[in-house]
Ligand binder design. Structure first.
Ligand SMILES: NC(=O)c1ccc[n+]([C@@H]2O[C@H](COP(=O)([O-])OP(=O)(O)OC[C@H]3O[C@@H](n4cnc5c(N)ncnc54)[C@H](O)[C@@H]3O)[C@@H](O)[C@H]2O)c1
Length: 362
């Protein structure tokens, strides 16, 4: 098993990565001085698939509750949080509780927020079971829920005690969920260095084939990169903004498409739009433009956008939390590893970028 340290000031933590590492969860808890009263919030689908492994967390001499929750954006709300609090109280869980989130980003965000707020904060372990949760949502301490129509608007920064990534969970993921994680991995390739970019460019098909060596390498590199960024900027006041590459466009597209496009797929289209914008405003040469588009286009067979209302996407982008003074703020690429933050652009340029980014996936 590999171990990566996320060096957050005052609360550093380990990310343990390995195939079948889930069987070591109890031993990892034991090794650390954390409470053994476990409250596991488990994705219902994951529970059905891995019931035997999950039930091993229950032993005679330890208090363990398995709380099942369906993973959908609809269940990422305060009602689910209330249900978790009620069960915790009913079963008399005190401050000496460790909440374990076992599932994708939905479960991680909900269970994380419950852990951040129950009795003003109890221990938290993240066990991400989707590729997206492993490389993104389980790292960095953002937790929260949706409120009416607004995504992730109620929440807290709350770092886990540790994260355990078992890459064997990915074997049961549908292709669209692998693509969703791949979207974030492609983003990291743009943000890190030429070596990772070239490696991913050569191995995208191996990600879909779940080649264990490729998956382990890309998951580790992504976690290491995100871990370093969040360690430097825990509360997103500066550097962490680079993680939003493709996300302002992507979120607009995701909402306009009524979530028929998964998050990571929308991020890929969003990065494509950013690349078109970078070229339009003269940030990149034609040669770099071709290089960037060629990595994105490798996912073309898995992403289909039949039609899109560009003005609607633009309006959604205008509501983005990261905007200032009514201006859309974007992260744009200058080169691999060189990003520009808080770039503003006019409506004409943005519509141009969207039109061309989306056209790639028609
Ligand atoms: N906190 C953060 O920093 C952060 C970052 C990115 C995304 N997010 C949030 O994460 C959520 C998306 O996460 P996600 O893509 O993991 O979605 P998800 O949690 O909805 O999981 C996707 C689907 O995969 C299923 N699933 C999970 N593990 C499985 C497995 N091993 N085998 C088979 N099926 C499995 C789930 O039941 C679900 O149907 C969004 O709500 C988003 O807002 C949070």
């Amino acid at each position: 098993m590999a171990k990566i340290k996320v060096q957050i000031e005052n609360s550093p933590y380990d990310v343990i990565i390995g195939k079948h590492s889930f069987s070591k969860l109890t031993a990892e808890i034991k090794k650390r001085n954390i409470p053994k009263n476990l409250f596991c919030v488990v994705d219902e689908k994951v529970y059905k698939l891995y019931r035997k492994e999950i039930l091993q967390l229950k032993t005679k001499n330890r208090e363990t509750t398995i709380f099942r929750l369906p993973a959908s954006e609809q269940s990422k709300d305060l009602t689910s949080i209330q249900k978790i609090y009620s069960r915790l109280l009913k079963e008399k869980y005190g401050r000496d509780t460790t909440i374990i989130a076992i599932g994708g980003g939905v479960i991680g965000d909900v269970a994380g927020f419950a852990a951040a707020t129950y009795m003003r904060g109890v221990q938290l372990i993240q066990v991400p079971t989707t590729l997206l949760a492993a490389v993104d949502s389980s790292i960095g301490g953002k937790t929260g829920v949706n409120f009416f129509d607004t995504k992730n608007i109620i929440g807290a920064f709350y770092q886990p005690n540790f994260v355990l990534v078992d890459t064997a969970f990915f074997n049961t993921l549908p292709k669209e969920e692998i693509l969703s994680g791949l979207g974030e991995i492609i983003k990291y390739a743009f943000l890190t260095n030429e070596k990772l970019f070239a490696y991913l460019n050569k191995n995208i098909n191996e990600v879909f084939a779940l080649n264990p060596y490729v998956i382990r390498k890309l998951v580790s590199e992504s976690i290491m990169f995100k871990g370093n960024v969040v360690a430097e900027d825990e509360k997103e006041s500066g550097l962490r903004k680079i993680l939003n590459l493709g996300h302002t466009f992507g979120h607009g597209i995701e909402v306009e498409q009524d979530y028929k496009l998964k998050h990571g797929a929308a991020v890929i289209v969003g990065i494509a739009s950013s690349v078109f914008l970078s070229r339009r405003i003269g940030l990149i040469t034609e040669e770099l433009f071709q290089k960037y588009i060629s990595i994105l286009i490798q996912t073309k067979d898995w992403i289909k956008i039949e039609s899109a209302n560009l003005n609607k996407i633009y309006k959604i982008m205008q509501r983005d939390k990261k905007n200032r003074l009514g201006e859309i703020r974007l992260v744009l690429i200058k080169d691999v590893g060189k990003l520009l933050l808080d770039v503003t652009a006019g409506k004409r340029e943005i519509l141009f970028a969207l039109e061309n980014g989306i056209k790639l996936f028609r």
